[in-house]
Design a protein around this ligand. Sequence first.
Ligand code: ADE
Length: 229
Amino acid sequence: MRIDIVTIFPAIFDALDVSLLGRAKQNGIVDVRVRDLRDHTHDRHRTVDDTPYGGGAGMVMKPEPWGEALDAALERTDDPVVIFPSPAGEVFTQSLARQLSEERHLVFGCGRYEGIDQRVFDDTAVRARVRLVSLGDYVLNGGEVAVMAMLEAIVRLIPGVVGNPRSLVEESHEDGLLEYPTYTKPPVWRGREVPPVLLSGNHGEIARWRRQQQVERTRRVRPDLLDED
Ligand code: ADE
């Protein structure tokens, strides 16, 4: 998968070189290109923002550097998806992560300040599938950290990235429920015992217990997940 990221803070993405994402990069599973938005400015101060038309607080990112940077990212590609992280977007879910993990080319545009000139979205939508995506109902200072989170969720779903594919199936959100609690050795730690059913060797009982734990935990912590359908 090819991944382009447009940002005014390229250094934040140095962290992509470690851990699972780093390995996926080294193995050639993902080809990541981080692009500095300021390389597409043409004034001495490398200006990327300006005051909003109509007044109001904060600054808006100018369309010209974005236009150029996205032109470069979208050169010689076919059917890319361009994602702008934004608290005004659709909510990022495991299902969206899975959908995006099947794409060939993702472009992420990290906005800062009060947002990006609307014409950038409109202009990009003519050439690519554009999605505004929010991590959740809170406001970050910019899209960079949101993109790191999305990338971690997306890239681990690409076949060959996570060693044991079964671990992808048995985790929170894959079946609409939260994950069951997990335990490892020793059987007693600080007086706390592992639930005996897990030591029983009875796989049917273990599966039933785990399911029950998932439903209970989901009902307690995230009842909204049970309401949905
Ligand atoms: N940028 C600022 N806040 C955000 C959020 N909640 N999700 C994604 N991108 C953002």
